[in-house]
Structures are given as structure tokens and as C-alpha cells.
Design a protein around this ligand. Structure first.
Ligand code: CA
Length: 653
């Protein structure tokens, strides 16, 4: 219904409060508004503006006003009129905001750069499959008493080095570094709605999937939500702290819906334009997000807003990647535009998302950025729910089992997920269901913030088994994540059996989006309590990073270089990898049975990973018949033989 508007008024220039030392230019696109003005406030607590500046509309539908003088740190809103009714709105392009995001802020963002900011850069990422992703919530990271952070629950907790838990093991950013992941994926850090920023000393929690101001960092994670500069400066310090450790930062973005609908700033600035609608006259907001509305990504100025916003985060904050929530609500054309523009800013940018929606949408199936359309957005990876459910059982049925915890007869599906959901010549029957031709589009995971943690799921599926047995299952699931073709992804704390029990400890929270810290926070003492599990995850990550054979990218190489082994004991799956950078051959077996099986090695191999340990130093060697324990993974490797004549002794005097 807005096609004629897009054709007549579609605008390509910069929008927002464009700051310079001597003047600020305000530009807001609202082609059908009757009037618009800017209101300026000295603090975000002021009830009345100290200036009201009428704006003028251009033929391009943009209302403009230039205010002279240095307005850095001044708060502002727009008042826009439709049908004679004035409504005050926050600029959707605002770069910072006052408390609770109720006013935008004019800001010299460069003045918020930490010292040395210009000397650092994005992390290198040659290909998506080189990434190991760690999903983390800012507050969870530092709020628990087991971590002695100064900046509990704040962005600045990421700059705190040298911290340890009660047992003396490293925590915080040192822990992330020790684990060896390449990218930290931060759950929403843009300004979201639910947490009251004016009262941050009262414990409050939300995941943050309720967007308010897309281009503004969340105030409750800053040390002063009343000063819009603080959140900008402190979020940059977080990014810088991770970059200094060589760790990339991925931002979880939620352009699929806004927290408010009819009274959102988008809707006050241009009623209905930003949202998908239904009904004969478009009188209703459609709700493909399950949160009350969905953004109409296919409309010209909505698409422009999303692209501009992402480019802003990528260039201003040096974000290394983005994770798209409910990406099935984005049209594929928008996503391709996004990846194209972001790659111009940073060719190493990492992009992935949820290839599904949260409800029905008017967006045509063929245009949705869903898993089944993955081939039409080649630079975007998708969460493989197939992987998740095959390994541990259906995500929504607490007691449903998967490969590691007791399901039988799914070995062929295991082969399908281990090659990254691409066509493979040895599984012709499943090839027709493959949804991509490259594992660079497949995010492999068994745990994320949504639903039960893996450890809690194993409690429900295997409550009569011992903790030791469930730990073996957990380790095998992790081995599958890190030894599969694709992009490995874990939730923070998974490496020490993260758990979200309700009081009592036998019922677990599967949707902790607003649950208290006691349920959500990272309990740093678990790292020491389950040190063996942590060491195992760390060893898996190290092994994966050392071997290119786990990080292949195209289906033809994988068809040739990854060969599944036939005639194995029941339920055992195994494969050989060739073409590795270091090893002539890598052999991987998973035994989900709770009894040992006998396997045969044709020659002598080092064992690098077994059910207990994982790393880059061989644990022992095997040759001929050998035993693989129950509920175990084994990885054998044979280093490439280096001919002796290649060795040149260093010159001596
Ligand atoms: Ca907020």
C-alpha cells in the first residue's frame, strides 16, 4: 500500500541528527506528515524543551532543520503532526539517548572513542567455518557473586582482567580467551525496552528482544543511564577489550519487530509505514514475530533504515558480525543488500540468523530468509535446528532423545548433520533434503539461550543415569559440534554444564527471558567444579582450530575428502577426513551405546580425542584392534610424514 510513496519519495541520503562542531542538521523522513519540529532539552530529566525548532519539508519527503552552535550532549525529540494531532517521538536514527531511551541525544561519537581505538581493527576471519561462536548475555557474564567483578552487570565487566573464582581459576574475559573461541556473540546490546534504566540497582533482568532505539547501546549496562555519552563510550570499551584479545564481537540484532507497536517512534513518525499490515485496508498490524508486529523489510525506507543501522554499528563500533533474530521475517533481497554493504566495510564480517519466523506473515514464502531458501542468500548462515535436534532430541519435547542420549536408528541423520547439511554422495537419500551447498551456511549447535540448556535437557531425558554418564553424553554432543563441518556455536557456560534450575533443582527453566539472575547468571565456580568438562571443550576448540579438515567450505571437496565408514557396530558413526593441513588422515568415531565396541585401525595412529580428554597432543597410539568406550568419541590422527631431507640444520659459525 506504500508502493507509490516509495516511488515518489524514496530517499537515499543520510538521516538523523548530523553533528558538526558548529552546527547540527536534523533530517527526518515523513512525506505525509502535516508538520514537524525538533525539540531540544538540556538534560534527559527536563520536562520542557528549551528550544522548539520548526522543520521544513523538501520535495523528497524529508523534513529538515539546521541548528547552529555546538549541540554535543543535547537531548532532542521530534514532534510530528498527522490529522492535526501532534505526537512526540524519538528519532529512529538517534545515536544515543537519555534514560530509558525516551529522548535522543546529539552526540559527537568520536569523542567517546577509548584511547587507541583507531589502532585496532576487526578480527580476521578468512572463512565462516573458521569461527567458533560463544553466545553471551552482558548481565549474565558478571552478575553472580561467584565472580568478583567491579562492574557487575555492566559493559565494563569485559575490561576486567586477572579475576579468578574461589578455586583460583580464571573467569571473565580471561576465561573466554582461555577457552579459545574466536567470536563472542552478545545478546541484545541496543537500547531495549523492559529494564527500567532509572533504577538499575534494583535487580532486573531481560534478554532484550524488545527493541526501542536500534542505534543506541542499552543504558542499563552502562554506569550512568542518564548520560547518553556513557553508554556509547563504555560499549566501545567492551569491543576494544575483546579485540585486544583477538576475539571478534557479534551483535544480536532484532530488526524483525519493535517492542511498541502503535505508539512506537516508527509509527509516530510515519504511521503504519514501517510495519507489515493485513486486512482490506491494511487496518491491522501483522504479527509474524509473535511480539505484536513485524517490520516491513521489503519497503524502501525500512530496508534503508536496517542497512544504515547495521553499517553504523559495523563502522562506528567495529562490530565483527551480526546475528539476526527471526530472520525468516526478512526478505532475501534485503539480506543480500545487507551482506553486500557490510562486506564493503569489513570483508571478514560474519552473518547468521534464525531461519524461521515467530508466527504467520504476509511475506511470501519464496522471499523469506528461511533455511529452505538459504541458497538465495549465500553470504548468510543459518542455525541448524536439524543438528540440535538430531544430537540431543526435539527441542520442545523435554524427554525426547537424540543420538547422544539414547535415540536409536538415526545414524543416517547424524551423517547428514556432520557434513553440514550439504549433499553428500554417500547419503543420496538425504541429499534431497539438504538446504545448502556449503557448510559456511550451517551453524551447528546443541544449546542456545532459548530452550533448555543441554545439561538440563539431559536431566529430563536421562534422569535415572548417573551424573558421570550424563557428562559423557554432554562431551559427545560437544565433540559433534566442534568436529562437524559448519560453524560451531555454544552458549556461554555450556563448557561448564550451564544449568537453569528453578528453586528445588529438579525443574528447569526453558524460557528464562525475564527470569531472575539466580537462574540466568553464569556461575563461575562451576568452571572448577566441572573442570574436566571445561578442559574437554577447550581441547576440542584447539583441535578444530589446528586442523583445516574440519573447516572445509564446499560440497565437492567434502564429497571427496570426508568419507563415511561402512559396516560399523550398531549406532556407531565414523568418518575419515583427508586433505588436512597437518594430518594425512583424521578418523572420527562416535559411540552412543553405553557399552564399548571394538574397532580396527589400519596402521598406527595417535589418539587426540577420546571420551575423557581432547587436545593437540596425542594421548596414546593405536594400531590394529582397539576398544572405543561407551558414550565416547575417538579421534585418530596420522601426521603427514615429512621427508628428512626437508630438514635444514641452522647455520653455525
Ligand atoms: Ca533501555
Amino acid at each position: 500500500m506504500f508502493t507509490h510513496i516509495d516511488e515518489k519519495y524514496g530517499y537515499d541520503g543520510e538521516l538523523g541528527a548530523i553533528y558538526a562542531k558548529d552546527k547540527t542538521e536534523f533530517k527526518v523522513w515523513a512525506p505525509e506528515a502535516e508538520a514537524a519540529r525538533v525539540q531540544l532539552y538540556k538534560t534527559c530529566r527536563d520536562e520542557d524543551p528549551y528550544r522548539r525548532l520548526p522543520m521544513e519539508k523538501g520535495a523528497d519527503g524529508v523534513w529538515r532543520k539546521t541548528a547552529f552552535g555546538d549541540l554535543d550532549g543535547i537531548y532532542y525529540t521530534y514532534v510530528v503532526t498527522y490529522d492535526g494531532i501532534e505526537q512526540e517521538a524519538v528519532d529512529i536514527y538517534a545515536r544515543s539517548a537519555g534514560v530509558n531511551g525516551a529522548m535522543g541525544m546529539i552526540i559527537d561519537t568520536k569523542a567517546c572513542d577509548p584511547a587507541g581505538w583507531d589502532k585496532q581493527d576487526y578480527v580476521k576471519l578468512e572463512k565462516y567455518t573458521d569461527a567458533c561462536i560463544y553466545e553471551l548475555h552482558v548481565r549474565d557474564f558478571s552478575i553472580d557473586k561467584s565472580g568478583n567483578f567491579c562492574y557487575k552487570g555492566r559493559f565494563l565487566a569485559f575490561i576486567e582482567k586477572g579475576l579468578v573464582n574461589a578455586a583460583g581459576d580464571s573467569i571473565g574475559i580471561d576465561h573466554i580467551k582461555e577457552l579459545g573461541v574466536t567470536h563472542v556473540h552478545l545478546m541484545p546490546c541496543f537500547d531495549y525496552c523492559t529494564v527500567d534504566e532509572s533504577d538499575v540497582h534494583r535487580p532486573q533482568f531481560n534478554w532484550g528482544y524488545d527493541p526501542q532505539n536500534y542505534n543506541v547501546p542499552e543504558g542499563s549496562y552502562s554506569t550512568d543511564p542518564f548520560n547518553g555519552r556513557t553508554r556509547v563510550a563504555e560499549f566501545k570499551r567492551l569491543v576494544y577489550a575483546l579485540h585486544r584479545e583477538g576475539i571478534g564481537v557479534v551483535m544480536d540484532v532484532v530488526y524483525n519487530h519493535t517492542a511498541a507497536t502503535a505508539d512506537s517512534s516508527f509509527n509516530k513518525i510515519y504511521p503504519k509505514y514501517y510495519y507489515r499490515l493485513w486486512g482490506d485496508k491494511g487496518e491491522y498490524f501483522s504479527n509474524g514475530s509473535g511480539c505484536g508486529n513485524e517490520l516491513a523489510t521489503e519497503r524502501k525506507m525500512v530496508r534503508k533504515f536496517i542497512v544504515d543501522s547495521l553499517c553504523y554499528w559495523a563502522s562506528e563500533y567495529k562490530m565483527d558480525g551480526f546475528r539476526f533474530d527471526l530472520m525468516g521475517l526478512y526478505d532475501t533481497e534485503t539480506l543480500n543488500l545487507i551482506s553486500g554493504r557490510l562486506k564493503e566495510i569489513n570483508p571478514n564480517v560474519l552473518l547468521y540468523g534464525e531461519g524461521w519466523t515467530g508466527g504467520d506473515s504476509p511475506l511470501e514464502w519464496g522471499r523469506r530468509a528461511m533455511k529452505l531458501n538459504a541458497r538465495s542468500t549465500p553470504d548468510i548462515a543459518f542455525f541448524s535446528d536439524d543438528f540440535r535436534d538430531t544430537v540431543k532430541g526435539n527441542n520442545f519435547e523435554n524427554r525426547d532423545k537424540g543420538y547422544v542420549n539414547g535415540a536409536t536408528g538415526n545414524e543416517e541423520y547424524v551423517k547428514e548433520i556432520m557434513c553440514g547439511r550439504i549433499p553428500h554422495p554417500q547419503i543420496p537419500n538425504l541429499t534431497k533434503f539438504s538446504w545448502t551447498d556449503t557448510p559456511a551456511q550451517t551453524v551447528n549447535y546443541v544449546e542456545a539461550h532459548d530452550n533448555l540448556t543441554l545439561w538440563d535437557k539431559l536431566y529430563y531425558t536421562n534422569s535415572t543415569d548417573s551424573i558421570e554418564k550424563r557428562i559423557r553424553m554432554d562431551k559427545m554432543a560437544a565433540a559433534m559440534v566442534f568436529l562437524a563441518q559448519g560453524i560451531p556455536f555454544i552458549q556461554a557456560g555450556q563448557e561448564f554444564l550451564r544449568s537453569k534450575p528453578f528453586p528445588g533443582g529438579t525443574v528447569f527453566d526453558h524460557n528464562s527471558y525475564k527470569s531472575p539472575d539466580a537462574i540466568n547468571s553464569l556461575k563461575w565456580n562451576r568452571k572448577s567444579e566441572f573442570k574436566g568438562v571445561f578442559e574437554y571443550y577447550k581441547g576440542l576448540i584447539g583441535f578444530r582450530k589446528a586442523h583445516s579438515a574440519f573447516r572445509m567450505c564446499d560440497k565437492d571437496s567434502i564429497g571427496e575428502m570426508m568419507r563415511y565408514i561402512d559396516k560399523l557396530p550398531q549406532r556407531v558413526v565414523g568418518f575419515v577426513l583427508y586433505g588436512d593441513n597437518e594430518f594425512e588422515e583424521i578418523v572420527v568415531f562416535f559411540n552412543p551405546n553405553d557399552y564399548p565396541v571394538t574397532l580396527h585401525a589400519f596402521g598406527s595412529y595417535g589418539v587426540y580425542i577420546d571420551g575423557d580428554n581432547a587436545g593437540n597432543v596425542p594421548l596414546r597410539t593405536v594400531e590394529g584392534d582397539y576398544e572405543l568406550d561407551g558414550l565416547s568419541t575417538i579421534v585418530l590422527g596420522r601426521p603427514r610424514q615429512v621427508p628428512e631431507e626437508v630438514y635444514e640444520a641452522p647455520a653455525t659459525d
